[in-house]
Design a protein around this ligand. Structure first.
Ligand code: GLA
Length: 387
């Protein structure tokens, strides 16, 4: 891949003298969905697929961007004086947002650059291609200009850019999973205080399979913010009767005892999901540590049911992929992953069942939904790096 992107860089920008090549992964969340903005736990891992980039410093303030995923857009020009979000700027809002965020944190970018990207994460799949671009950009800026920032800082800066530049009110999970990625491990992160530990994912005789629904996102972002709002409101209602900072502070029992403080049944279900999902995530990691992959899989299944019935972020596409997966022998667990409303499912599938899984789930999905899903057998990889 390094040769391909360097060659393309030379083709697009004249030559590749002084250009450097980089990579940042995508991520998949194994369990702990819609808990990261509720002070709960998440359990994602970085993938070996992600975003490749080539960058070179310039002697002026110009920024020139080119993506091999959007070749027809050609070279998009901007400058360090124009670090403001604009609809027409498309994908370049992600690297620009990170450059802007470095400035906001007191790290001024001293000169412009040429940047070429080539991602092999399916676009809009919910495997965090945007967070991957953000962390990649942060890593490049650190490498170029020697800024004293840790990988955890890169995650926080990426989230800051996403929240304040791109105006998506996401939590910290995606950027953290990507910046802190470690091969063959998932990150068990407590989003209340960012304490974390790595847990080895040694799935003997099984693999992680991602099924991409290919459903266009549409209303996804506004619904995401709506769910956040509902949780915030439920928290405020609960805080009148229990002393908590976030929904992640509650166990199931305390929630059940106090849920009548929430004055609306929809909000009760939203808060219930946040509380139960957090507890499920803690339990799932315990199960994994005890080598009980079966229980881990059952908690994944329960997570999906809760996201479907209480949090209502699945939809017929994701439900079909998961419910068809559950029917197959050798599927240890299956659930939607990421924000929902489209995007992907994640399943743990025994090696001998993978072909059948792809064939059967793929066929049933196409019959019911009318277009095909895509399947990826993935591996867990490291965080951002120079190539
Ligand atoms: C998106 C957000 C994350 C997280 C998930 C849901 O991926 O970017 O912060 O909230 O949705 O778990």
């Amino acid at each position: 891949m390094k040769d391909i992107i360097l060659k393309k860089f030379a083709e697009v920008f004249g030559d590749a003298e002084g250009a450097r090549a980089y990579f940042a992964p995508g991520r998949v969340n194994l369990i702990g969905e819609h808990t990261d903005y509720n002070g709960g736990h998440v359990f994602p891992c970085a993938l070996t697929i992600g975003t490749y980039g080539v960058a070179r410093k310039r002697t002026d303030n110009k920024l020139r961007f080119f993506s091999m995923n959007f070749e027809r857009l050609g070279v998009i020009e901007s400058s360090l004086e124009e670090l403001v979000p604009s609809q027409g700027a498309g994908w370049t809002n992600y690297p620009k947002g990170v450059m802007w965020a470095f400035g906001e944190k007191g790290m001024k970018i001293p000169c412009g650059m040429d940047l070429l990207l080539n991602g092999n994460i399916p676009n809009g799949s919910g495997l965090s291609s945007s967070a991957s671009v953000e962390v990649l950009t942060g890593h490049i800026l650190r490498d170029f200009f020697g800024f004293d920032v840790s990988n955890q800082d890169l995650a926080l800066i990426g989230q800051y850019a996403e929240n304040h530049f791109n105006k998506v009110n996401c939590g910290i999970m995606d950027q953290f999973a990507i910046a802190m990625g470690k091969a063959d491990h998932a990150v068990f992160l407590d989003t209340a205080d960012l304490s974390y530990e790595y847990a080895p994912i040694a799935l003997k005789g099984a693999k992680i399979v991602i099924a991409c629904s290919n459903k266009k996102r549409g209303l996804g972002d506004s619904k995401y913010n709506e769910r956040r709002g509902e949780c915030e409101m439920a928290l405020a209602e609960l805080q009148k009767v229990v002393d908590i900072d976030s929904l992640g502070d509650l166990d199931e029992e305390t929630f059940e005892k106090n849920k009548s403080a929430i004055r609306d049944q929809v909000r009760v279900r939203r808060a219930k999901h946040a509380v139960y999902e957090n507890q499920r995530t803690i339990r799932a990691v315990k199960a994994l540590k005890a080598n009980d992959v079966e229980q881990f899989g059952q908690l994944m299944n329960a997570s999906h049911v809760s996201l479907r019935d209480d949090y209502e972020v699945t939809g017929v596409e994701l439900d079909t992929l998961v419910e068809e997966a559950w029917k197959i022998d050798g599927v240890i667990g299956s659930r939607m992953t990421g924000a929902g409303f489209g995007g992907c499912t994640v399943s743990i599938v025994k090696d001998e069942a993978i072909d059948i899984f792809i064939e059967k789930v793929g066929r049933a999905y196409k019959e019911k939904i009318g277009y095909a899903a895509d399947f990826y057998v993935v591996e867990i990889g490291d965080g951002p790096r120079n190539l």
